[in-house]
Design a protein around this ligand. Sequence first.
Ligand code: PLP
Length: 402
Amino acid sequence: MDIRSHFPILQQQIRSQPLVYLDNAATTQKPQCVIDTVNQLYTTLNANIHRGVHYLAEECTARYEAARGTVQRFINAQQNYEIIFTAGTTAGINLVANSFGNTFVHAGDEIIVSEMEHHSNLVPWQMLCERTGAVLRMLPFDDMGELDVEKLPALLSKKTKLLCVAAVSNVLGTVNPVAKIIAMAHSAGVPVLLDGAQGLQHSAADVQQLDCDFFVFSGHKIYAPTGIGVLYAKEKWLAAMPPYQGGGDMVKTVSFAQTTYADLPYKFEAGTANYVSAIGLGAAIEFLQTLGWDYIGEREQQLLRYATQQLQGIEGLQLFGTAAHKVGILSFLLHHLHPLDVGQILDQQGIAVRTGTLCAEPVMQHFGIAGMLRASLAFYNTEHEVDALVKGLLLAKKMLRA
Ligand code: PLP
């Protein structure tokens, strides 16, 4: 299968060099079928959803709701109304932190997050704690980048109102033992929010099997357009939670005396939804399903093994995140060199990597460093591109006199 031919952006040259795109943890590139879907919608079908009785409005609405069904089947939610379209992972977490948090979390209660969370799954909980007087507790990770799950029972108590954890770390690549964590939390009566932003890029998620209470992800990290994401929540929570934002489409009746809210899922979808990107997300999911998780998983693991071996061969390169079970995310430092300098030299070779704190400053603090470089792999990357990265890093060493 010539997988790369599906991704037009990968065919181009950047700075007169073939593009080597290794920033997939930040966002993934889009296959032609997703681009065509978005293009076709704007060219022939665009109209606001849930409002009009005309043909375009009804067609767009039907396709938006069909995309909701596609997501439901993709993550195996029990009900389609347990799928709330959001702007992305960050928006989904903020929805839960405000709606669930303001309702069920009070002064003296506790929220547990892990030490390896993206700022998206940390700052909204800090803000909730500030608002309510609740306390944030932290589950640490060890130097391989594996969560110290044995410490979890001591953190869980009657005060714990929610545990929030990433399925996969965006810095360390660690695949966390979420089934075990969820079972431990539930045995203490604590619901769990799973941040699937990195996890769903690499492997399937079955929310019923996992039994998570909340699951969030972003479309743009799974080959779909930007500006769309999903919050899955068990019906019992969505029914008990008040709306997060008010506006059009989330109401049943409105008068100055009283407003009643729409049924699920619309209660949580105020205003004009990003229906074009939602339909694009449906197309991206169908594309992933034609590839299959077996192909994606095997190809990415193959690339990860090769890249790990090659990077470890570079003298002075230090890898962060060496968990036994990880995805194709390689975060590293090269000697004492500043990640930004190295990143810029790679950029001159047409190689795109991420540099800096990777939106996870506590992870940097764990290792006592200011930032890292990160190469993150997708199934469309090649061994040849890994070789180009190695060559670029050796050039950076030479140019910066490491
Ligand atoms: N959580 C994790 C683990 C991430 O890697 C990211 C983005 O990198 C996010 C949350 C935030 O995603 P978004 O910016 O799409 O809302």
